[in-house]
Design a protein around this ligand. Structure first.
Ligand code: 13P
Ligand code: SF4
Length: 335
């Protein structure tokens, strides 16, 4: 049902093609001129996070993309995030710095394989992680993010058999949290799958008072040592709220940029990777984006996300379902 991506999780930074350009100044000028909003995920390099109008996790970024009144959305993340912005804001121009910025989870779940599963299991509801292609979303009943998965599962009747795709680690974490029996698609995130349990235990010995905050894309071998499991935004909130001064962070390392900015008096230690020399926990897809490519995307208004309208409408149904369920749950919590 799947294949593991062979892309390296220790990427060489892409080289700039232009010299002598003040990227910051040019981006500032163009974003005003074109009424563009820059959205960035926490896994983007620090400079991109700093120039973005909004930095967030997948759920908050989707909400921002749906609500913006800008004419153009420049999405600094990976391709599926740009697609989500286009699905939710079809009248806006959506550009991304690099069209090659994919995701190992998206690669692990081709639409034709999911279609085949649906045909063979017509009774199953398909609950799909947002890290998937627009074609796969269009074949799904519900979309979830790491921060909304438990809320969405709560809204699905207990007697319904479920396929959870494509992240088996997030899926088994949801299974453990909800007690729901689900078929798990065998995809994984190459970054989170590369954390080493043995090295984490060594690190914990050296920092016994440091809580471990982990993303649910990590395998159980890591999650079982975590004090907190949640989305990037939830991990950020956790380290800012807790009184401890040291934390071990088991997710893509660029989120530490936000942590250091918000809590310069605290220390954030990246969880170690499996590979002896390289412990960089860097997403090679996210790392394709650079300040230069962001500037070029704004200047040339490409590469642009274009989605066939029937496909977009089909993908919107499960995505909107997630936004509606989470909005209703938040309203209930606030009451
Ligand atoms: P969240 O920011 O929603 O936790 O997702 C993490 C991720 O892997 C994005 O690709
Ligand atoms: Fe995909 Fe993992 Fe990169 Fe997120 S960190 S975009 S899940 S490969």
């Amino acid at each position: 049902m799947t294949e593991r991506s062979s892309i390296s999780t220790c990427p060489t930074p892409p080289k700039n093609r232009y010299s002598g350009v003040d990227y910051r100044a040019e981006i500032e000028r163009l974003r005003k001129e074109k009424n563009a909003v820059i959205l960035a995920h926490y896994y983007q390099e620090g400079e991109i996070q700093d120039i973005a109008d909004f930095v967030g996790d997948s759920l908050d970024l989707s909400r921002k993309a749906a609500a913006t009144d800008a004419d153009m959305i420049v999405f600094c993340g990976v391709r599926f995030m740009g697609e989500v912005a286009k699905i939710l804001s079809p009248d806006k121009k959506v550009v991304i710095p690099d069209m090659e910025a994919g995701c190992s989870l998206e690669e692990a779940c081709p639409a034709d394989e999911l279609r085949k599963f649906r045909e063979e299991h017509p009774d199953h509801l398909v609950v799909t992680y947002i890290n998937s292609s627009v074609e796969v979303k269009a074949l799904s009943d519900y979309i979830v993010t790491s921060s909304s998965a438990l809320t969405i599962l709560d809204a699905i009747p207990e007697d319904k058999p479920i396929l959870f795709a494509p992240d088996r680690h997030l899926g088994s974490w949801v299974k453990r949290q909800t007690g729901r029996d689900m078929v798990l698609w065998p995809g994984s995130c190459i970054v989170h799958e590369d954390f080493s349990e043995e090295a984490l235990l060594e690190l914990k010995k050296k920092h016994p008072d440091a809580p471990v905050a982990a993303h649910p894309e990590c395998p159980f071998s890591i999650l079982r040592h975590a004090d907190m499991v949640g989305s990037t935004k939830m991990i950020l909130d956790f380290v800012l709220e807790r009184p401890e001064k040291e934390f071990i962070i088991a997710t893509e390392q660029h989120i530490i940029h936000q942590m250091k900015k918000a809590a310069p008096d605290k220390t954030f230690i990246p969880a170690p990777g499996l590979d002896g020399d390289c412990k960089c926990a860097t997403c090679p897809y996210m790392a394709l984006n650079t300040m230069e490519k962001l500037w070029l995307a704004l200047r040339d208004e490409r590469p642009e996300i274009v989605i066939d309208e029937d496909l977009r409408k089909a993908a919107l149904v499960p995505l909107q379902r997630m936004l509606d369920i989470t909005a209703a749950a938040a309203k209930k919590d606030a009451a």
